[in-house]
Design a binder for this molecule. Structure first.
Ligand code: AMP
Length: 448
């Protein structure tokens, strides 16, 4: 079960919080397209609107919330992953328990989720979803304190894995981030009120100012009295997911102080130095690889061209749950510009190879469009391990990089040459201390 999603929270009594949350979810849409939802508090009750689909498709539902004089809200966009596209898994989750109501939204994946769930089920709990949000709601309800903050402090040490949680009660907005800080979460300010978001691009969209990242192991409680920060768990080692920089995050977001676009450009520059290509033109796979491709072109002195056009009205290829449909998805989504690549030796830069489906299709497409040579360059190392912390990577056997040499992968994909950026090159490009990152998908070295 993977849960890579986008979350947003706002505490702004008397303001148009449902609209602001809707706009913020638009900005976070790249983090999940399967479902979206908003839970809103008017100070006495919490109201929830959610459903399958994109934020734009849910606008009529979200609009219903505008009539409510609101204090605070949380919002969620959910990423679709193989096998768990169940409507009941849409978030936020709203529960009533003996101390009131609480809405929960989260991003990440607990590695001991199954174990905790099994234990609770043995003791009589009944679950309606397979989300970690429901799990934590059960744990909190059992913990017994009348205030959520104390219960969460008690529950947090039992949670192992990657999580950024948002909780909404009638009068509080609370967030907590796992002690490794695997999934991003930032704190901002909008017209003197506090906001929380998976990525800083959501702040820009609503005109909020970025204040700081939520610290690993930190809980923040926001209410009428203002903001309170509590370091609930100590941090022994930070492990921010490096794949946020490689693929997942939006280029206009800053994570850990580094801008995602500039990092990607630097990844491309380093890739050009490590794996140069004797070629005529450089092109990138839209959207996540455009920055790396331009960095590659700049560094290598080769012209950058738009060699691939993306159909903007089709979601990410991974949305399709079955391999068969996913294959078609790539073709629907990308088409080469024949006149640009015809007769040329083309460098194609992509950010990652996971199963190899996209790369193989792309290489075929470029050859069919008349490219003479296709030099595939990847601005990250081979993905050799599955992610258990919330990025949708398949099982080991499905990973083309698992137990294969680069030459074997190249042969399977059919490229003229294939080059990956090294792990050192990748870490160096970010410019933050190297031991701050989780690189498990590239190294097999899991922090938890
Ligand atoms: P694959 O076809 O399985 O090799 O997937 C690699 C392609 O999908 C690359 O073009 C990436 O930009 C993109 N990608 C990588 N990781 C993910 C992910 N977790 N979800 C969706 N797309 C991804």
């Amino acid at each position: 079960m993977e849960e890579c999603c986008g979350i947003f929270g706002i505490f702004a009594p008397g303001c148009d919080v449902s609209k602001l949350t809707t706009y913020a979810l638009y900005a976070l849409q790249h983090r999940g397209q399967e479902s979206a939802g908003i839970a809103l508090s008017n100070g006495q009750n919490i109201c929830l609107r959610k459903g399958p689909g994109l934020v734009s498709e849910l606008l009529p539902k979200f609009k219903e919330l505008e009539a409510i004089p609101a204090v605070s809200a949380i919002g969620h966009v959910r990423y679709s992953t193989t096998g768990d596209a169940r409507p009941e898994n849409a978030q936020p989750l709203l529960i009533s328990y003996r101390h009131g109501s609480m809405a929960v939204a989260h991003n990440g994946n607990l590695v001991n989720g199954e174990e905790l769930r099994e234990r609770l089920e043995k003791e009589g709990s009944i679950f309606q979803t397979t989300t970690d949000s429901e799990l934590i709601a059960h744990l909190v309800a059992r913990y017994g304190y009348s205030d959520l903050e104390s219960s969460l402090k008690g529950v947090m040490p039992y949670l192992h894995g990657a999580y950024s949680f948002l909780f909404l009660t009638e009068d509080k907005l609370i967030c907590m981030r796992d002690p490794y800080g695997i999934r991003p979460l930032s704190l901002g300010q909008w017209q003197g009120h506090h906001v929380l978001a998976s990525e800083s691009c959501a702040f820009d969209t609503i005109g909020a100012e970025f204040m700081r990242d939520v610290d690993p192991g930190e809980m923040i409680v926001i209410g009428e009295e203002g903001l309170k920060s509590i370091q609930v768990l100590p941090t022994h080692r930070k492990a921010l997911c490096i794949f946020e920089f490689i693929y997942f995050a939006r280029p206009d977001s800053n994570i850990g102080g580094a801008n995602v676009h500039l990092v990607r450009k630097e990844l491309g520059r380093r890739l050009a130095r490590e794996c140069p290509a004797d070629a005529d033109v450089v092109t990138g796979v839209p959207d996540s690889s455009m920055a790396a491709a331009s960095g590659f072109a700049e560094e290598s002195g080769l012209p950058y061209e738009t060699g691939l056009i993306k159909n903007r009205y089709i979601g990410r290829t991974f949305i399709q749950p079955s391999q068969q449909v996913r294959d078609i998805g790539v073709q629907l989504k990308l088409n080469p510009v024949q006149k640009v690549v015809e007769g040329k030796r083309v460098v194609v830069v992509d950010d990652s190879i996971v199963r190899g489906t996209t790369s193989k299709r792309l290489v075929d497409m470029f050859f069919r469009a008349g490219a003479r040579e296709v030099h595939l360059r990847i601005s990250s190392p081979p993905v050799v391990s599955s992610c258990f912390y919330g990025i949708d990577t398949p099982t080991y056997e499905e990973l083309i990089g698992y137990q294969r040499q680069v030459e074997e992968i190249r042969a399977k994909i059919g490229a003229t040459t294939l080059g990956y950026l090294s792990q050192d090159g990748m870490l160096g490009a970010i410019g933050l201390p190297e031991d701050n990152f989780c690189v498990a998908c590239f190294s097999g070295d899991y922090p938890i």
